[in-house]
Design a protein around this ligand. Sequence first.
Ligand SMILES: NC(=O)c1ccc[n+]([C@@H]2O[C@H](COP(=O)([O-])OP(=O)(O)OC[C@H]3O[C@@H](n4cnc5c(N)ncnc54)[C@H](O)[C@@H]3O)[C@@H](O)[C@H]2O)c1
Length: 266
Amino acid sequence: MTEIKTRSLDETIGRRLEGKRILITGTGGGQGAAAQQLFCQHGAHVIGCDATPGAAGATAAELSEQGFHAEGHEVDLADPQAAKTWVETSIETLGGIDVLYNNASAPAIAPFHEMTLEQWRFTMVNELEIIFTVTSATWPYLMKTGGSVINASSGNASMGVAPMGFAAHAAAKAGVLGLTRQLAAEGAEYGIRANAVTPGFVESPGTRGMPQEIKDYFSQRINLLPGAIQPVDIAYCALFLASDESRMVSGSEYIVDSGTNGARPA
Ligand SMILES: NC(=O)c1ccc[n+]([C@@H]2O[C@H](COP(=O)([O-])OP(=O)(O)OC[C@H]3O[C@@H](n4cnc5c(N)ncnc54)[C@H](O)[C@@H]3O)[C@@H](O)[C@H]2O)c1
């Protein structure tokens, strides 16, 4: 197994991912775009993708203009063959892979008494199956060199939230946690680490359209800290998990939820 060497703090300031070859899914906006920017700023070469036409390309183009090594492709990861092709061509471009960040997802939301099997299946495919598809295509490369897998879960995986209806999302994201721990167990002998980032309610394109009362519910009744969680708050946590600073961290869940999991506001 390849041992990752620790570096002194001075060496890593501002360049915490120097030379790392990284794939991030869902870079068309929100947390994926924030992570691609932050990772590039720390010296990584990052290839992203997104199902929304032109979105990942736009994120990457802005970074390329600033001199960073970034690419973004239009891929619907719900198509397993398209997902595999994106992984393989991207790894060829990068000359290998050090970090895979499974960030993309799309839930169908409905109260449980109205949720259809179609909505349930859509969510399972776009929140859980795409992690299987992308990770299994990446796994043979990671087995050769070791690396870090980061999976996006959700606070909803371990806490039910009444408004709107998140049954499928909660189940899929709990599945992400189980899968992450299993990847950690099976990957360890190859130097592969796997961890989950678990966001609370984040202000992103994915939540922008939600009714104001839902946003108030989170900010006033659920969140402990003042202010809203921004995509970059999640990206900073992922930065640690992507870097060698977390070389002894695997099978863990990192919660970035404004304190929701631990306490309640006054
Ligand atoms: N925003 C929140 O409050 C919140 C809370 C908990 C967990 N999360 C999780 O954090 C991650 C990032 O969320 P975000 O806030 O940036 O949401 P977002 O909706 O803004 O971004 C997700 C991106 O994934 C892309 N995507 C979805 N399905 C895809 C597919 N099949 N193929 C390719 N791309 C696809 C979307 O087009 C979108 O650009 C997600 O996994 C999400 O479930 C978000």
